[in-house]
Design a protein around this ligand. Sequence first.
Ligand code: GLU
Length: 563
Amino acid sequence: MDYQTLAELLFPEVIETPEEVEKRFPPRNLPEGAKVTRFAPSPTGFIHLGGIYGAAIDERLAHQSGGVFYLRIEDTDAKREVEGAAEALILTLAEYGLVFDEGAVIGEDGKITDRGDYGPYKQSQRGPIYRVFAKKLVSEGKAYPVFTTGEELEKLNAVDKKAEVKNKVWTEETAALQKEKMKKEREFTLEEVKAHLVRGDRFVLRILADGNGERTLKTADLVRGTLELPENDEDFVLLKSDGIPTYHFAHAVDDHLMGTTHVIRGEEWLPSLPKHLQLFRYLGFRPPKYLHTAQIMKLDENGNKKKLSKRDMGLDMKDYRRNGYAPECVSEYIMTLLNSNYDEWRLKNPDLPYTDFPFSIKKMSNSGCLLDFPKLTDVSKNILSRMSAEEVYEKLLAWAKEFDQPFAQTLESDPAKAKAILAIGRGGKKPRKDLATWKDAKPYMSFFYDEYFKVEDSYPDAFPKEDIAAVLRAFLESYDDADGADVWFEKIRVIASSLGYAADMKEYKANPDAFRGSVADVSMFLRVAVTGRINSPDLYTVMQIIGKKSTSERIEGMMKALA
Ligand code: GLU
């Protein structure tokens, strides 16, 4: 077969040579050891935790090494594309600190623009580039067309999809049939090709596989180590009948031309690796280093590991948003998933940004990671407890505006009050950890606001109502909101003593039978009346924030209820 003629017949419009294309994509001028990584989503509008997890590895590897982290939109499957999804994705990733240097980036004006010398960064715009390399493969006898028409074509495309994209397990019978068919399709003459072209028939372009499925190929994955995979003996599709490349072909061409050094992608691509290595070899490209990430798992009711499904909370980033997880907390949590020594580092460096942590591939586990909500809650509480009240207020307000407008109005009606509430117990060595998510804020803060206030807890039965009522009355008689904390507390001690409650805890503990209770109980009587709860932040501060009017009204209300 005269492959050169075949190539001309199939791709007459392609005049650029591979060498000319290579010149347009020269090697990157980067310092030694700099890594070039990419996030390469299909714009389906769905961003899941595994995606953020993988992108976080990309981002850390690139930026830690002075390299480049770029975005490539893999939009070759128009059916799956959702309008505006790419923009939404870029903005969501940016919330998680994943900001691209190249590809589609957020410009200084906040708008999304294309940046970089290795574009276009949308695969749908790279058609001519793929065809240059397709033509080269045909001219070297490494790829061949399979002509089909109408229905037959659809069937063929469907089979290719199943076999390659989803890596479906084939029965031996279908595999044998497929092989038989493949062998036949390899045989054709130039005359036949010409006749098809004259009729306007379309073709898919397949690789001419030189592998032997009985033999294994040794290769390496950065986390999994040495891998032994069967060689590829399947003539997989490079270009679909509409001229659009498959993932395999686009991956090889793009990652080569764009200078990707490390490909981080889901483990569902692992079985396709022999195809990719074959393709890189055919094209004369040096393959990148690969890291295949394991699926994120959860524990089911029986304590068994299970893959997260689309229906599970914890997969779709929209769930995190709606449930009020701050992106900062999720990013921090992801770091704990990525490197097991992260927690230790964080303990030693409570105030450093997570980007200061020396992330290392070597410290990644290859057993797949488990989504652990109690851990996420813990991590989140720590992160939120270290933010300033001002920052918490701004972020909480933004969340509430989207998901709880009435609460947003409450917050905005008196920003100083909201910030004062959020400032309680903040800033010290052991800050309070009331919030794990923005959703937690309303239940935590609600009692400060009359419109939400209700008595949630009741007094322990051990205390006579008369005692409680007497404390509330005495407090109201002496209450002055101008008192400082010391004077305020001294007054409570006096009330305690006057009613047979120990004013001093030591005294009480030494001889509990001599008292009706202690000053702690007296404070609790007031606390339940004013906050509606047995537990609350420092009561003096609470009263200062609520103000004299509401404090008095609540105490009076409780006295009525007890009467
Ligand atoms: N578009 C592919 C996907 O969404 C990207 C895989 C890769 O990163 O190479 O699965």
